[in-house]
Design a protein around this ligand. Structure first.
Ligand code: OFO
Length: 163
């Protein structure tokens, strides 16, 4: 059985992952509406991935014998200034998620919860990728500035993402 402290904090993480999915879906919708289908595809694939993260935490708590209960998910932002503004928000959000995962990991260590320590390792590694991908897109958008040609190329590239 998992401790009440770990249960409370991992449940809060499920909420954060669901919020991530909600935020990225709101971004996908904003890009879709502006006719940038490639950016939208990348973001909706990312939203699906976040749902997967939430379910992974949910299954873990179930496996540890906990009854998971849910809180409201806050409303995401729905408009951004431009693509760079949107992806800077992705990068900032991923850095926030990384900080949360590291805090959870430190808590598991403090609680002598080896199972949670091992479980959380996957997320620690995953966050390296998540931050890397978001930062790469921010850097590309920073280079492109407002070049429509550059935006079309990046839109085509991001549209290749599966999912
Ligand atoms: Fe984007 O990694 Fe989960 O939240």
């Amino acid at each position: 059985m998992i401790s009440n402290t770990m249960l409370k904090e991992i449940t809060a993480q499920i909420n954060a992952e669901l919020y991530s999915a909600y935020l990225y879906l709101a971004m996908a919708s904003w890009f879709e509406n502006a006719n940038w289908g490639g950016f939208a595809k990348w973001l909706s694939a990312q939203a699906k991935e976040e749902m997967g993260h939430a379910l992974k935490f949910y299954k873990y708590l179930n496996d540890r014998g906990a009854h998971v209960t849910f809180d409201a998910i806050k409303a995401p932002q729905n408009e951004w200034k431009d693509p760079l503004d949107a992806f800077k928000a992705v990068a900032k959000h991923e850095a926030y998620i990384t900080a949360r995962i590291l805090k959870l990991s430190a808590l598991a260590t403090k609680e002598n919860d080896t199972a949670s320590q091992i479980f959380l390792q996957w997320f620690v590694t995953e966050q390296i990728e998540e931050e890397k991908h978001a930062d790469e897109i921010v850097r590309m958008l920073d280079l492109i500035k407002n070049s429509v040609h550059g935006l079309f190329m990046l839109n085509a590239q991001l549209g290749k993402r599966e999912g």
